[in-house]
Write a protein that binds this ligand. Structure first.
Ligand SMILES: Cc1cc2nc3c(=O)[nH]c(=O)nc-3n(C[C@H](O)[C@H](O)[C@H](O)COP(=O)(O)OP(=O)(O)OC[C@H]3O[C@@H](n4cnc5c(N)ncnc54)[C@H](O)[C@@H]3O)c2cc1C
Length: 375
């Protein structure tokens, strides 16, 4: 029976950051990841927006949290942040929850750059109520993944178990006992504290420990990847409603394409992500332990054509885009966020003796929230 100070379950950016942070304070840590490699799910398949607050005109709390961590995240990941592109936010003439005066007040309150731009040649002002030049950056998920994978691999006090899945857990009152199925067979572990950083699998892990679930909604989501000669190194996000976004995916030279109306293919409001594409007998993806949607032969048919058609309305005819490919993953969000579209990062202690922390992530640059708990 191996003993660790902490067991971190889930090897996305939050699990990796938590493991490294705790190891840096002298703790022994085991990091358990279901897939063969770290960083394959939400931490890879996202819009790569290094949030500065603009995206949440109805959630001051999320906007303020984004702003709080932006500078530190940029400073500590400088080589993986694209900070030299033109970023625009715009308001559709029809159906937005935000209007120009509200957005301008919101930006003034947050003290973030917001310059109205009424004559940009690449945009279609017949469809746009207002366009703003803003300042927002983009992180590179692939480079971030490499960076964190290397740091975890080189940390002598983190034992990394990839391709491994928790099958049983129980409390002795002072510590947790866990059985983990690894590629080399079953392993029994004991740990003083558990951190659940499994995002879409949050509730199935909580349940394994006999703890409460969060009220979540799960969506199979698609991010398209495109290029454009005319709109290279620029980004446009149309808010706040069923609109979309095109912006640099880090330093890759690609633009990510997403749309509130078409990015989400299937929705599950069950405790764990239940989808029709999961089939009995296929252990690589179950509601309890979801798999890698991009690699799945049963992934949804791409909506990239629809997303692009929707976004093209906002551009002048001279702007052309070429679609390359799409990534898919499960996006999970707190049901309570339905009202204000907020994406807070919530860390709750679900058991005190022994300790169990549920870390449900809202945005990449809020990794530092972890430190507030383990101070
Ligand atoms: C479509 C989409 C767009 C987004 N856009 C942005 C954006 O532009 N900017 C931004 O800041 N944020 C964005 N987000 C949110 C952000 O990506 C997530 O908040 C963040 O990546 C979550 O990180 P994580 O480490 O908690 O989860 P993940 O990266 O999903 O990692 C969880 C890990 O847990 C593992 N796991 C699951 N079950 C088990 C198990 N039983 N045992 C062991 N391991 C397990 C998984 O395999 C996975 O590797 C977006 C999310 C999505 C899905």
């Amino acid at each position: 029976m191996r003993h660790y100070d902490y067991a971190v379950i889930g090897g996305g950016i939050f699990g990796c950051y938590a493991a490294l942070f705790l190891a840096g304070r002298g703790a022994s840590v085991v990091l358990i990841e279901k897939e063969q490699f770290l960083f394959r799910k939400a931490s890879l398949v996202n819009q790569a927006r290094l949030h500065s607050g603009y995206h949440y005109p109805r959630s001051l709390a999320t906007a303020a949290m984004s702003d709080e961590h932006k500078e530190r995240f940029t400073a500590e990941h400088r080589d993986f942040v694209h900070s030299s592109f033109e970023k625009y936010y715009a308001i559709d003439k029809y159906g937005s929850f935000t209007d120009p005066s509200q957005f301008e007040r919101f930006c003034a309150y947050l003290r973030i750059r917001c310059e109205r731009t009424d004559d940009h040649p690449l945009f279609n002002y017949d469809r746009l109520e207002a366009v703003y030049r803003t300042e927002e950056h983009s992180f590179d998920p692939v480079l971030l993944g490499n960076f964190y994978s290397e740091r975890v691999a080189n940390c002598s006090t983190i034992e990394l178990l990839t391709g491994s899945r928790l099958v049983e857990a129980g409390s002795s009152g002072t510590s947790w006992g866990m059985t983990v199925q690894t590629p080399r067979g079953m392993l029994s572990l004991e740990t003083d504290a558990v951190i659940n950083a499994t995002y879409a699998a949050t509730n199935s892990i909580n349940r394994l420990f006999g703890l409460d679930s969060l009220a979540l909604t799960h969506e199979i989501s698609e991010i398209g990847f495109i290029t454009s000669g005319q709109f290279a190194n620029k980004g446009l996000t149309v808010m706040d409603g069923p609109f979309g976004s095109i912006m640099p995916y880090g330093l890759s030279g690609l633009l990510s394409l997403s749309s509130v109306a078409y990015t989400h293919h299937a929705v599950s409001t069950d405790e764990v992500p239940v989808f029709d594409c999961q089939i009995p007998g296929d252990d690589s993806c179950t509601p309890q332990a979801p798999g890698l949607c991009t690699d799945c032969p049963r992934r949804p048919v791409s909506n990239a054509g629809k997303m692009l058609a929707q976004m093209k309305r906002y551009f002048s005819d001279s702007v052309q885009f070429d679609y390359l490919f799409s990534y898919f993953t499960i996006k999970s969000k707190l049901q309570a966020s339905y009202i204000d579209d907020g994406r807070p990062t919530e860390i709750s202690m679900l058991s005190e003796k022994p300790r169990f922390y549920c870390l449900f992530a809202g945005k990449i640059n809020s990794i530092y929230e972890v430190e507030k708990i383990f101070r």
